[in-house]
Write a protein that binds this ligand. Sequence first.
Ligand code: CMC
Length: 431
Amino acid sequence: MKKDVVTILDNASGRQIELPVKHPTQGPAVVDIGRFYRELGYFTYDPGFLSTASCQSSITYIDGEQGILQYRGYPIEQLAKQSHFLEVTYLMLNGELPGCQQLDDFNGVITHHSMLNESLKSFFRGFYHDAHPMAIMVGVVGSLSAFYNDSTDITDPRHREIAAHRMIAKMPSIAAASYKHTIGEPQVYPDNNLSYTGNLLKMMFSVPCEEYHVDPVAEKALDLIFILHIDHEQNASTSTVRLAGSSQANPFACIASGIAALWGPAHGGANEAVLNMLAEIGDVTRIPEFIARAKDKNDPFRLMGFGHRVYKNYDPRAKIIREMCHEVLARLGDENDPMFELAIRLEEIALSDDYFVERKLYPNVDFYSGLIYKALGIPTNMFTVMFAIARTVGWVAQWMEMIGEENQRIGRPRQLYVGARQRDYAPVDKR
Ligand code: CMC
């Protein structure tokens, strides 16, 4: 029989309370501690949220021990093999896969929202030429808040939907424009005849004076990588979007906060860091030196693209990307790319090392994605931007789910205060 309460006995006061247990459709049950402070006078303490479910959600499910990832119940392997980015996007926003007409309509809506307001161009020009494209993304996406006053009533589901469509449709245009700015080329307008990823490739790599043909292998590879990056439940950037959104903030500003959180090397910035690390290692003979550094607690170096807070098994996304790497490199890049060989060898050596085995540190999604981006000709500083484009779908879906909840409340964590006790102010000449 299911046990539906957890009993807590406070030895200090002798008081005992029963906390309700909530049962999920899959995964571990959750103890509802909402009454904990009111009834026992304690806060709970969980830095890094190791044991804390911050919300209820029906979007993405992860089983970290088994290496399982599902979007709306569908295994990532099936979606990666049989679906495509915009179909999965529809699924994430609406909860169900679309029928033919719904998919056509959705494709049309996203395609027809991809242009940027002409005034936005002056924002790009304001950035210095060597600005990191993620810095430009944070600024420009946040500035969208100033453009769409017709869709900022977040209490209106239709407004929320329009904002969501705009965000997803415009992200590739903003990303490509950020890149063009850093290389001094003119921005390229979106092409409504192309797919989501085909259009992104064209906006990034075409120039007005030459014809450009989208390579179908590159288009398909990018589409697959984008599916894999769409959502990952309550990760750092998604939690940031939810927390910002919980104050009823403008949705574009909330997504900008997600982009900022994603940028760090412990999160989405890891794909860029992996390639930089492989370049630094340079040669197979130097792998042991870097493995030793990763294990040395006095050295801040970590093996980038390894380890995950939730996965204690091979990241299912990394498995899919690893297989795809062979195919893409064979057709677009160089299958004998020394960096690819280096990555494979590094993985082999790390996975047979006790340090990594004991800590269950496996390659994560970022370990191989950078190699594919490299083969597609995408520069290293754009890797995390690619992640941000795809993850926008997850951020938007999670934001919509949260705002649509009955009794939605502002997120407001408490703390374990360890600062000075009350003391009296002394004028500066008396200190
Ligand atoms: N290299 C060397 N040691 C590691 C690594 C690594 N990449 N990752 C974890 N460890 C060690 C860590 O030192 C600790 O050892 P000990 O128990 O002796 O103190 C143990 O493994 C547990 O690590 P943790 O730091 O407590 O784990 P966490 O859940 O707080 O951090 C992580 C997860 C992903 C931030 C971390 O594994 C990491 O920094 N990895 C490298 C960066 C990376 O690849 N990030 C991408 C994550 S996947 C995509 C995404 O989320 O955006």
